[in-house]
Design a binder for this molecule. Structure first.
Ligand SMILES: NC(=O)c1ccc[n+]([C@@H]2O[C@H](COP(=O)([O-])OP(=O)(O)OC[C@H]3O[C@@H](n4cnc5c(N)ncnc54)[C@H](OP(=O)(O)O)[C@@H]3O)[C@@H](O)[C@H]2O)c1
Length: 344
């Protein structure tokens, strides 16, 4: 199968591209040439900015990909441009979305008070408030623009009758090359042999949906290569989802960390240490659909996924957040004060 990937050279993309090549597919990546990955030599490259995708129509016609995987449609305009560039050329457009489309996300971020039941299925209600990162001081948590809105991306992709679409809603993805270093604040404390990690009590019991990069990439390849995925929306995430405290304990166990997780009520934490999210809203998605319809099953077990993530974080300590990026990360003096207070 000929597959064109928009993006494909940063975090999740290279894992998807490598898997598709290993499965025997012919893959070309379209990107600006600013981010480079170690891709197999058979992978073709077209250099350009996705804002100008329609100017590459002749080249795309010559290439004639059956499937387009859009790894990085972040705005409505991104999706519109990709739709018009590949209409009449490709037969299937897959867009990578996020579980941030669900309305429960607004409760989690304190924008709504209603608690939504979990797990969230693909039919759960979507956010009413658009542009989730608009107005958030720069850089936003995901470094994206004010116009970031996966709900609008999804609408455009699913509304094109000329180019059938599939939507993949991704969880919080972790693993090697994770530029968000999702577990680093915990791992850093373990690397430093801290005696304890302090967690606010609702956060300790909070469940969020996560996925290891290779497992998420495998889910993406299933949708890319299966025509039955056309017209479908799928959540991808690992199951069962752990609480934050459970995840830390498992990471610590793999590392041989001898410290403990200390759970503290919000009232006993200094202001800067109180979670700014409403942790009474769980953020777990249901993944029955992709498992039943596409046969999704995580190829990498949890322990191995954690081990690979730890190894990568250890090897890339200099690239990790620094004190000025995140004072909390290194504020062991406050943490020690909290621990003394709790144990007395
Ligand atoms: N990480 C998570 O936890 C998470 C959670 C939910 C959803 N997602 C979604 O997952 C997707 C994958 O992110 P990723 O970083 O892993 O993807 P990726 O495909 O590995 O990397 C992003 C790619 O986009 C290219 N690119 C960026 N801006 C471009 C532009 N204007 N024109 C052309 N190419 C451009 C980059 O190459 P150049 O720099 O060379 O252009 C790079 O190849 C995103 O849609 C994200 O919203 C991620």
């Amino acid at each position: 199968m000929k597959i064109l990937v928009i993006g494909g050279t940063n975090f999740i993309g290279p894992v998807v591209v490598n898997s598709l090549v290993n499965m025997g597919h012919e893959v070309t990546v379209f990107h600006r040439g600013k981010t480079n990955a170690d891709l197999p030599p058979t992978v073709g490259e077209i250099f350009g900015d996705r804002a100008q995708l329609t100017e590459f129509k002749t080249e795309f016609k010559r290439l004639s990909p059956e499937v387009v995987l859009d790894m990085i449609a972040l705005t409505e305009q991104d999706a519109l441009t990709a739709s018009s560039a590949f209409e009449g050329i490709a037969q299937h457009m897959i867009a990578v979305s996020s579980i941030d489309v669900y309305r429960a996300r607004d409760t989690l971020w304190g924008k709504e008070s209603k608690i939504f039941p979990v797990p969230l299925t693909e039919d759960s209600v979507l956010r009413r408030q658009l542009y989730p990162y608009r107005g958030i001081p720069s850089p936003s948590p995901i470094n994206s623009s004010d116009d970031y809105e996966k709900i609008l991306v999804e609408k455009v992709v699913m509304a094109n009758s000329e180019l059938p679409g599939t939507i993949l809603r991704l969880p919080m993805v972790y693993g090697y090359k994770d530029y968000m270093h999702r577990f680093f604040s915990y791992l850093k404390r373990m690397f430093d042999n801290r005696p304890a990690i302090v967690l606010e009590e609702t956060f300790a019991q909070w469940h969020g949906s996560y996925g290891f990069v290779e497992n998420v990439a495998y889910g993406i390849t299933l949708a890319v290569t299966n025509p039955h995925a056309k017209g479908r929306i799928y959540n991808i995430a690992e199951q069962p989802s752990l609480t934050e405290a459970e995840r830390i304990k498992k990471l610590g166990c793999i590392l041989g960390w001898e410290g403990k997780v200390v759970v503290v009520p919000k009232s006993r934490l200094p202001e800067a240490w109180k979670p700014s999210f409403n942790m009474n809203q769980q953020w777990i998605v249901d993944t029955t659909r992709i498992r039943k319809e596409l046969g999704y099953l995580e190829p990498v077990p949890e322990e191995e996924a954690f081990r690979q993530t730890i190894d990568w974080e250890k090897k890339h300590l200099s690239e990790q957040p620094q004190k000025e990026d995140d004072p909390w990360l290194f504020d062991y003096a406050t943490e020690d004060a909290i621990l003394t207070h709790v144990s007395t």
